[in-house]
Design a protein around this ligand. Structure first.
Ligand code: NAP
Length: 253
């Protein structure tokens, strides 16, 4: 059975991936939708034209990840696509935020994404695709969003290396690095701090970000950055010493 797996499908960018992949990927037999909120996944599954399996899993819970592993071993599907979208960020000063929330970001954004990727690769073949949702936060350390930015730098670095390792097997890996996207992400992210005002001017819609990401993945691009402003930001981060950019950003706050 050909399947597509989407984590974080209960909301925002992950839900939008499910919608657009449902329209665009005809050869998928079943979607596996993963997140903690079963009711939201069931609601989504009903709307899809493909058959969809709801897997209400907390990817930071080892027992839930084991359940997923055992399911793969039992069903032995052919994974055509894995989209790792589950993730969260919390803004605020590192020393003031709850340690549990800080470590939780590393657990979900890095460890769970790595674990899911490792568990799924044995079930992939030539032309299977992996999409890892990183962020433009991966391009630069961010005071006030320190652990989140570091976790996304991990996702970008890991995905680029993995793309190199899997190229011989014909498995495509794309790291998606959007700037701010209008989703419920900010309900949690902004509880302890607030977004730089400038970010609000470059806020993108999930629909556009996902369309661009699917196109980039189809073309085998390793990194996908949506929109001219964020592409310019990436170039800036490559061209200018990070200390200088951080000094300017401190002034913009
Ligand atoms: N929005 C932005 O500005 C932006 C920008 C760049 C990158 N990103 C990245 O894009 C990804 C999706 O974010 P979003 O904007 O779509 O935010 P969102 O609407 O808050 O979605 C986050 C998703 O992660 C799932 N999730 C959270 N904790 C989980 C857990 N323990 N186990 C399994 N799933 C879990 C949530 O589902 P449940 O709560 O049901 O578990 C939800 O489906 C994240 O990796 C985020 O870092 C977002």
């Amino acid at each position: 059975m050909n399947i597509a797996i989407i984590t974080g499908a209960s909301s925002g960018i992950g839900m939008e991936f499910a919608r657009q992949m449902d329209e665009g990927l005809r050869r998928i037999g079943e979607f596996w939708l993963i997140a903690r909120r079963r009711d939201r996944l069931e609601e989504l599954a009903e709307k899809l034209s493909h058959r969809a399996r709801v897997l209400a899993l907390d990817l930071t819970d080892g027992e839930d990840v084991n359940r997923f592993h055992r399911l793969l071993e039992r069903e032995r599907p052919l994974i055509r696509m894995l989209v790792n979208c589950s993730g969260y960020g919390v803004m605020g000063t590192f020393a003031d935020l709850e340690l549990e929330e800080e470590v939780g970001m590393i657990d979900l954004n890095c460890r769970a994404l790595t674990e899911m990727t490792h568990l799924c690769i044995p079930y992939m073949r030539k032309k299977s695709r992996i999409i890892q949702i990183a962020s433009s936060a991966a391009f630069l350390p961010q005071p006030g969003f320190a652990v989140y930015a570091a976790s996304k730098a991990y996702v970008l670095s890991f995905s680029r290396a993995l793309a190199g390792e899997l190229s011989e097997a014909g498995i495509l890996v794309t790291a998606v690095c959007p700037g701010p996207v209008r989703t419920p992400f900010f309900d949690r992210a902004e509880r302890g701090g607030s977004t730089l005002a400038i970010k609000k001017y470059v806020m993108a819609e999930a629909e556009d970000v996902v369309r661009d990401a699917l196109r980039a993945s189809g073309r085998g691009r390793t990194v996908c950055v949506y929109g001219p402003a964020i592409r310019a930001f990436r170039l800036l981060c490559k061209a200018v010493p990070q200390g200088w950019i951080l000094a300017v950003m401190r002034k913009l706050k």
